[in-house]
Design a protein around this ligand. Structure first.
Ligand SMILES: *[C@@H]1O[C@H](CO)[C@@H](O)[C@H](O)[C@H]1NC(C)=O
Ligand SMILES: *[C@@H]1O[C@H](CO)[C@@H](O)[C@H](O)[C@H]1NC(C)=O
Ligand SMILES: *[C@@H]1O[C@H](CO)[C@@H](O)[C@H](O)[C@H]1NC(C)=O
Ligand SMILES: *[C@@H]1O[C@H](CO)[C@@H](O)[C@H](O)[C@H]1NC(C)=O
Ligand SMILES: *[C@@H]1O[C@H](CO)[C@@H](O)[C@H](O)[C@H]1NC(C)=O
Length: 434
């Protein structure tokens, strides 16, 4: 008898445990903030790779690696090299229909280092939360099985809540011809226990090789402004809304925060700001939302405690989908002029230095009222040689592209809140880990 009672008790407890943490709720009730973990992508082909991270951000924003610039800076012509690489592999353009097309690229270039679980129509996918784009897209069963490989894919036929949006398409394409494209629908999407019942979801039926090779990234959750969404349904209506735009009204605060640890893992929180994670008050800076990005001006910088004005002064984007802190070229030059043994290296494609060097702190202006400081101890990005004696910096130059991209290197040191309500960014300096 006791064993039966015990069994009943265990069953009852199990039922309670199962019932509590999965509050699949309808929109607009009860749950007002939630957290989503960001985990290291164990299938990432190489781990942190400086040159690949550099190529990824240049590709994402269609920045050109300028020949002139590279000659001046002592680069060999990497864009020519990229061009010839492109011609060595068969290429099916991303546009058009039903591609099993592959585009040349080093596999790791589009690889997301960090991923978070997302439930779409009852199917769990590992997606990369990207504040630098606005599409929620995923690998799907519309893809050729060879392209799917080990990916988790979304199977629309197995979702009872999926509805196809007839005639609509989406497409992300990069300057070098790589990208992804496919069809569109709506489905129930749950992130961190919060559900949106009519979320626009984008099913890939074409992906370029760089996405294929990254076997643990099943797609992206775009968290920039909805105006950048690529869904085209043949009308000129309002763009499809991002997940954040859809949940915003239901949250305690219309914000999400990126709290990323120095190792790049961490937490995205929607609806609340954890003020124990930073020192002092948060500083709020309005963004230029009309660009579609979380974009601010950034006309000053500091190396250590020496303040400079940035002669180019390009605007900057806060991008959780980029690894590096990509700054105007002169800013990177000024920074590495303070690092013993640093050089801009042609073969590697960026600034490198002896791993034993001491790196100064770097600060970049966020609007007119805030300087975001990244301690020198958090600026190293990766090693570039087997012996681990030469290092690739997390601060790199944009080669005159006219836009600065502030990625993970910044989020290691700053708690950043993305406020969709008044379209601003909140910054808080995190304590330096001992
Ligand atoms: C690559 O192919 C394009 C188009 O076919 C051609 O214009 C270009 O010159 C080629 N580049 C190289 C480096 O062969
Ligand atoms: C894709 O192409 C293959 C072969 O060309 C064809 O059999 C298949 O039906 C196509 N799939 C779609 C979704 O158009
Ligand atoms: C769901 O979204 C689609 C497109 O975004 C819209 O046309 C449709 O009316 C929505 N349906 C409901 C029930 O809200
Ligand atoms: C935006 O909202 C935050 C949080 O409510 C507030 O503290 C801040 O002052 C606002 N900032 C701007 C630029 O309106
Ligand atoms: C270099 O670093 C990697 C990764 O931390 C490590 O696996 C490897 O053993 C190191 N190599 C040497 C020679 O220390």
């Amino acid at each position: 008898m006791p064993s039966v009672r015990f069994f009943l008790l265990v069953t009852l407890l199990a039922a309670i445990v199962l019932a509590v943490p999965t509050p699949t709720r309808r929109r607009g009730i009860q749950k007002r903030s939630f957290k989503v973990p960001r985990q290291l992508n164990t299938a990432h082909p190489t781990g942190p790779n400086g040159p690949a991270a550099m190529r990824k951000v240049f590709r994402k924003y269609n920045f050109k690696m300028s020949d002139d610039f590279m000659v001046k800076e002592g680069f060999i012509s990497q864009s020519k090299q990229a061009e010839s690489e492109k011609n060595t592999t068969s290429t099916a353009p991303v546009s058009g229909t039903n591609g099993t097309g592959t585009v040349a690229a080093n596999p790791e270039e589009n690889a997301a280092l960090f991923l978070s679980p997302v439930d779409v129509g009852g199917q769990t996918l590992n997606l990369d939360f990207d504040s630098g784009s606005s599409d929620l897209w995923m690998f799907s069963t519309d893809l050729d099985p060879q392209l799917i490989g080990q990916h988790s894919v979304f199977d629309a036929s197995k979702s009872t809540t999926f509805q196809k949006t007839t005639g609509a398409q989406w497409q992300i394409s990069y300057g070098d011809g790589s990208g992804a494209a496919g069809t569109v629908g709506t489905d129930t999407v749950t992130i961190g226990g919060v559900t949106v019942t009519n979320q626009t979801v984008e099913l890939a039926n074409q992906v370029s090789q760089s996405f294929v090779q990254d076997t643990n990234t099943d797609g992206l959750v775009g968290l920039a402004f909805s105006s950048l969404n690529t869904v085209n349904d043949g009308t000129k209506k309002t763009p499809a809304k991002t997940f954040f735009d859809n949940v915003m009204g239901d949250l305690d605060m219309p914000v999400f925060t990126a709290d990323l640890d120095p190792d790049g893992t961490g937490v995205y929180q929607f609806g609340a700001i954890d003020s124990t994670k930073f020192e002092g008050e948060m500083t709020w800076i309005p963004v230029k939302a009309e660009t579609g990005f979380w974009q601010v001006s950034s006309t000053k910088f500091a190396v250590g405690d020496q303040l400079f004005s940035n002669p180019q002064g390009s605007d900057a984007i806060a991008d959780t989908g980029t690894s590096l802190l990509l700054v105007d070229q002169q800013v990177a030059e000024a920074y590495y002029s303070q690092v013993e043994g640093a050089q801009l290296n042609a073969q590697v494609g960026g600034f490198i230095y002896p791993c034993a060097a001491t790196l100064p702190d770097m600060s970049v202006a966020i609007g007119d009222s805030y300087m975001a400081t990244i301690p020198g101890s958090q600026i190293n990005f990766a090693t570039v040689d087997q012996a681990n004696t030469t290092c690739f910096g997390g601060v790199q130059g944009n080669q005159g592209a006219g836009l600065q991209i502030y990625g993970d290197i910044m989020f290691r040191a700053q708690l950043v809140a993305f406020n969709g309500g008044n379209q601003s960014l909140g910054f808080g300096q995190k304590p330096v880990p001992q």
